[in-house]
Design a protein around this ligand. Structure first.
Ligand SMILES: Cc1cc2nc3c(=O)[nH]c(=O)nc-3n(C[C@H](O)[C@H](O)[C@H](O)COP(=O)(O)O)c2cc1C
Length: 164
């Protein structure tokens, strides 16, 4: 079952229709409001093998704007921002499904349409040699690196749109 469409924010926003890898789609609204990464905190979540959220720490709940009860059981793409190219997440999934650590910069969408950048590390959780789920820990990102990546992600996104 897919996520419901987002509520339109009070601030000016751009509307996009996102289609996810699982075939579901929803309308999202993105504003220009940035929520800064909280100093000295880590944003942590765990998922099952399908990317369904099974754990979210307090910083995750606060930064995403969703209630914990809304997050647990939801697909992690609940945070996907329309400015993020699909190729960024392909790298994530290719690495963690192969048992490797992944790290990268992600622009996340809040429930209220605002955004927040993170520097994320994702790892597979391995029990008795078998991958049973995934964990991601996000740190405060480098502003210099964000500024370098914004045009790169925009270029990848434009190429994906042109190809679709
Ligand atoms: C442990 C883990 C953490 C993830 N964290 C995020 C995240 O913070 N933001 C995000 O947009 N996608 C995150 N993803 C990737 C999503 O599962 C999904 O691949 C992505 O949002 C793109 O959506 P789609 O693959 O459904 O098209 C995470 C995946 C895993 C396994």
């Amino acid at each position: 079952m897919g996520l419901p469409d987002m509520a339109r924010p009070a601030e000016p926003s751009s509307e996009s229709r996102l289609t996810y890898t699982d075939g579901s789609s929803r309308t999202v609204y993105a504003t220009d409001v940035e929520k800064p990464f909280p100093e000295g905190r880590l944003i942590v979540s765990r998922t099952d093998l399908n990317g369904i959220i099974t754990h979210a720490n307090d910083a995750f709940v606060e930064m995403s704007g969703w209630a914990r009860e809304e997050l647990i059981g939801a697909p992690h793409h609940i945070l996907r921002h329309p400015d993020m190219p699909k190729i960024a997440f392909k790298g994530l999934w290719d690495d963690i499904a192969a048992g490797k650590k992944w790290h990268g910069y992600v622009k996340n969408l809040r429930k209220d349409g605002a955004f927040y950048w993170v520097y994320a590390t994702a790892v597979p959780n391995i029990r008795n040699g078998v991958i049973v789920g995934y964990t991601s820990v996000r740190r405060k990102p480098s502003r210099t690196r964000i500024n370098e990546l914004v045009p790169v992600y925009a270029q990848w996104l434009a190429e994906e749109k042109a190809a679709s």
